[in-house]
Design a protein around this ligand. Sequence first.
Ligand SMILES: Cc1cc2nc3c(=O)[nH]c(=O)nc-3n(C[C@H](O)[C@H](O)[C@H](O)COP(=O)(O)O)c2cc1C
Length: 402
Amino acid sequence: MQIVLGIPGGIAAYKSADLARLLANDGHRVRCILTEAGARFITPLTLSSLTAEPCYGANPDQGEWRANPSIEHIELARWADLVAVVPATADVIGKAANGLATDLLTTVLLATRAPILWAPAMNTGMWGHPAVQANLERLRSFGHSVVDPDDGLLACGEEGSGKLAQVPAIAEAILMYGSPKLRSLDGRRVLITAGPTREDLDPVRTLTNRSTGTMGLELARAFRDAGARVQLVLGGDLPEPWGVETVRVRSAQEMLAACQSRWAAADGLVGAAAVADQRPETYAAEKVKKGEGPETMALVRTPDILATLSAARRPGQWMVGFAAESEKHLDHAAAKLQKKGLDAILVNDVQRGRAFGAQANTLTPITAEGPQASLGPLPKDLLARAVVQWWARRLESLDSGR
Ligand SMILES: Cc1cc2nc3c(=O)[nH]c(=O)nc-3n(C[C@H](O)[C@H](O)[C@H](O)COP(=O)(O)O)c2cc1C
């Protein structure tokens, strides 16, 4: 992708260097535009070195506009697949919302037809000011996207909202807005479970499994990118994906409760979580002490989330599950499909540690018609997109057959 990264004069400008590096290392072309104030915080040399592209805009040697045979602002406006402004200052937000074109960046923002993404960062008082919020609302009304700032300790020493969103989250938002759309699932409401559950024995010990939640998170992103409204019920430690409503849970019981309260409003469910099948029978409020001789732990079954949701299903709701099997994986998965009343099950072969935490993976979908062509091997982000494409095609044919 070809990304124009506008860098105005905010204290978080140094983080844009990291963002530019991240995107460039990911194979994207990144051309930075510094405003005059931006150039006081970070240098063109840093940015052009990190991106292997020229840095445009304010330049201590050449000033804002250079004598150049090409018309730079039009060339950049056309070159961009997406223009991102990071960190977006109150000043440049205000200018763009009002159609001002006082420097290279604001002129490119007016001239481009590419999607525009803002990642604001500023003092809490500035962020909360109605003028800034009204300007952002105006930008949204032009179809621009905004990655809202986080809460936290700001450079000015104040605590509150206005801290630049995390660099990986901004990178993700850039890639999503700049990518051609996946097959459309616009408006579909999808509930996704992901990650391991943890069943506590006492305040320090827990029973869990080797799932990281990567595949479920990538699925949440891929459904989001296809236009679905995603609710993610997430166990484990991975960071929440951008643009997805996420609820964190710990145990299987918590995951079930979070799903139950959201299930009625969903069109479908993707159960990608690795839910513990058993939990310790009792929870000890104090750390269990070492005993003498052999010790045993009594286990009881955890609730079956897919089966419970399947029993509460209303007509038209679809359910896709996952199976991680270490032997006879297609047979076991086909049995699970039937037993839990799923529409499809995606089978991982977890033999020899494949699937859990691995970067590339293969999934075989099984439906009532039997095993379908395998998807992958692909890195999990692309595999998730392949799953969404496969399922969207299937939903289309199911819908047309209804
Ligand atoms: C040390 C310092 C830090 C600043 N940080 C911010 C900031 O985080 N966000 C912001 O909106 N403005 C910030 N400003 C104010 C902008 O630099 C100022 O409004 C400037 O005119 C912005 O110009 P630009 O938007 O064209 O880059 C800061 C100013 C200084 C001196």
